[in-house]
Write a protein that binds this ligand. Sequence first.
Ligand SMILES: Cc1ncc(COP(=O)(O)O)c(C=O)c1O
Length: 389
Amino acid sequence: MMYDTLLSRKVKEIKPSGIRKFFDLASQMEGVISLGVGEPDFHTPWLICESAIYSIENGQTHYTANQGLFELRKQICAYMERRFHLTYDPQKNVIVTVGGSEAIDISLRSIVDPGDEVILLQPGYVAYTPCVELAGATPKFIELTEENQFKLTPELLEAAISDKTKAILINFPSNPTGGVMTKEDYAKIVPIIKKHQLIVISDEIYAELSYSEEHCSLANFDEIKDQVIIISGFSKAFAMTGWRLGFTLANETFTSAMNKIHQYIIMSAPTAAQYGAIEALRHGEKEVQKMKESYEQRRNFVVNGCNRIGLKTHLPQGAFYIFPSIQNTGMTSEQFCEELLKEQKVACVPGTAFGEAGEGFIRISYAYSIEHLKEAIARIDIFLKNRKF
Ligand SMILES: Cc1ncc(COP(=O)(O)O)c(C=O)c1O
């Protein structure tokens, strides 16, 4: 039987992730040093683990409310208020999700119809395009440039809006560029979002990892706050990728629409993880701060190292990625990464895995120890010298 012919057209049309393809190749080789993984190298702080273990010992092994434990939603609201000056109500505005990943999916699916356009920024996180397509909408891309420090400008936004535009999905601090938007940057696009009544899905999963300035959200602008759906979670800042816990913050209408999907496809996010997250928000901020300081040191180390060996790299202001230009090598991003992997056994991600606008760049994650980063830079140095770049 040709099972392929039985698949949904939408699913068949989805391209496999450019990151996966690369790491499948790397996993078959020995002695590979990876700069590819987008997750903290830190283990989850022990106080969080302990609290989750205790919840299981205590028999808290059942479903929770669809939207998540009320205490966790209360803690999320208190945290967002003290950390980012954002006010939300735990009953009306919060859903605890299975990672930021589920939050991206339910936010899109609750607002788009076939024919709607959703603006995406490129280079951008790999899941956005497939999620928009699976939701039945059409992605419309804005290419961000290094000259603009990968920021969204009012000119770019205006030019991308059509009468079909329903929403824009943004992600600052950004994976893969490390770019951020300051309050002043956002102030320039707020009137456009208001005028066109755009819904903003704002993926702020790296909010805590903002190095030069305090993180600002579009939801900090009162005039458009209700148009914004914030996506965030515990994976990155709290080093909890495997716990699969995130959340959405949005107006009451959007929240109840998203909850309709969430209750049928998920029921409720993992219970032990929710207990761990309560502890994370109550007592985990010091740990987040320590990890952030370490990331900042590694960022400085890796940016200096790359520039020293001739891999031109701007200093990104957030997340844990750098996005060096490889344009002076004359190679495509894929070629560069493939040859680097084969020759020096260093795995990076081609910029094109994040959209065509990523051509001429590679993504390096610096969520690794300084020793690991040092070894990787030494190998890349040899790779470049062998080619006399
Ligand atoms: C920008 C961005 N959003 C969302 C996610 C998904 O995170 P989670 O583990 O919370 O599902 C990631 C993970 O890499 C990411 O980089």
